[in-house]
Write a protein that binds this ligand. Structure first.
Ligand code: AMP
Length: 219
């Protein structure tokens, strides 16, 4: 079964997707991560996406639909995937439905992690990740136990996303409300939408998501 995590930038989709993967045998598919990898590699797609991402706008539907279509053909996705940051427009959601039907897959759940805007700017502008293992941290809310050393792998290099500055975050929130929020009624109409309170502790949000997925008999 496949699952869509919905919610604003900084709402915790990526953090929660990583926590759900092992328990449910799902693979996280983050279009943001894939696009950042494309930018870093200097590929044609990366070149086209970079300026749009730096401006806090959405990359064209064709590009992200193409990336997901290709990724879903890899064998590691057979046991189910968590879509993180995709779909982000109604056109992407419609393309995803058609794609899943064509590939004989099923979307079991769309879960909104709901967080009010005023909490998101602090969350996003303070976050950083270990350059070696990708573990996520925050200047205020989740510092490494020893300053400058990754708890998980001992790495000492950390990176911040180019688009995690206050100005771009405001634009990304604008794009979320204008283009992505219409997916909530879209999935509600299909009877697959659930909502989780994303202002709770990370572990509490995970527990709420697990309860929904346990009820949905993932696997
Ligand atoms: P994220 O890591 O999900 O916050 O995505 C970072 C940026 O990548 C976004 O602000 C967009 O510019 C781009 N992006 C990621 N996913 C999508 C998508 N599904 N559709 C369009 N643009 C996307």
């Amino acid at each position: 079964m496949d699952l869509v995590l919905l919610g604003p930038p900084g709402g915790g989709k990526g953090t929660q997707a990583k926590r759900l993967m092992d328990k449910f045998g799902l693979v996280q598919l983050s279009t943001g991560d894939m696009l950042r990898a494309a930018v870093a590699s200097g590929s044609e797609i990366g070149k086209r996406a970079k300026a749009v991402m730096d401006a806090g706008q959405l990359v064209s539907d064709d590009i992200v639909i193409g990336i997901i279509d290709e990724r879903l053909d890899a064998p590691d996705t057979k046991g189910g995937v968590i879509f993180d940051g995709f779909p982000r427009t109604v056109a992407q959601a419609e393309a995803l439905d058609a794609m899943l039907a064509r590939k004989g897959r099923r979307l079991g759940h769309a879960i909104e992690i709901r967080v009010p805007d005023q909490l998101l700017i602090d969350r996003i502008t303070g976050r950083f990740t270990c350059a070696k293992c990708g573990a996520g941290y925050h200047d205020q809310f989740q510092k490494p136990k020893a300053a400058g050393v990754c708890d998980k792998c001992g790495g000492t290099e950390f990176v911040r996303r180019a688009d995690d500055n206050a100005e771009t975050v405001t634009k990304r929130l604008g794009a979320y409300h204008a283009q992505t929020a219409p997916l909530l009624p879209y999935y509600e109409g299909k009877g697959v939408l659930s909502v989780v309170d994303g202002t709770q502790d990370i572990a509490e949000v995970t527990r709420a998501l697990e309860a929904i997925l346990d009820g949905a008999k993932v696997g």
